[in-house]
Design a protein around this ligand. Structure first.
Ligand code: ZN
Length: 202
């Protein structure tokens, strides 16, 4: 009986340990090197017309593990992406991780639909609904400097993501210009640039 209890204890401990270690850090050495290269500073923005930059911009991105989302390296990436998109010399209204060389599903979007228009981060983000109601507007991109072009986007989208503060899955319904930013940034996570979707000038 005692032996059975010990066996049971070992089993429970093993199951618990397996549960805890389910999520491990998945950052590659290369990703950590890029993030550590710009400590608390703006990062280099990759350009669509540079051959090696373009390879990264055109890649399908990977999700973060829950251990990644709780790590300091992830916090540093967010801080540095924010400094990059708010750089007064080349400011934007949104940025996606591939634009700073990190091929992961993370975007920052300026929420023009919220008071004080804050930048917010969305990890492992997907668009799960696009309205048939469309709008055409002019877009630019930090990775395509000095150019703008007309793109047709849905008026309303529903996004599914992990909240980077609470680490809980969330959905959000977004409309108007902020929905355009979400569509532009999520496209980056699938290797798509706005110039792939240009509409003829009206
Ligand atoms: Zn862009």
């Amino acid at each position: 009986m005692k032996r059975l209890k010990i066996l049971l204890y070992i089993c429970i401990t093993l199951i618990f340990a397996a549960g805890c270690s389910k999520s491990t850090l998945s950052f590659t050495d290369g990703e950590i090197e890029i993030i550590n290269k710009y400590p608390q500073q703006k990062m280099r923005v990759l350009l669509y017309n540079d051959k090696s930059d373009s390879l990264i911009l055109r890649q399908q991105t990977k999700e973060f593990s829950s251990a990644d989302l709780q790590s300091d390296i992830f916090k540093n990436l967010k801080t540095q992406m924010l400094l990059t998109v708010q750089d007064t010399a080349n400011a934007g209204v949104g940025i996606a991780a591939p634009q700073v060389g990190i091929s992961r599903r993370l975007i920052a979007v300026q929420r023009f639909d919220k008071p004080d228009e804050p930048f917010e981060f969305y990890a492992n983000v997907y668009i799960v609904y696009c309205s048939d109601d469309k709008r055409t507007g002019s877009e630019g991109c930090l990775s395509i400097p000095g150019r703008r072009g007309n793109v047709e986007r849905s008026e309303t989208v529903i996004v599914k993501y992990i909240d980077t503060e609470t680490l809980k899955p969330q959905t959000d319904t977004v409309s108007g210009f902020t929905a355009v930013i979400f569509q532009h940034e999520v496209d980056h996570l699938d290797g798509i640039l706005y110039i792939d979707k240009l509409q003829p000038d009206a």
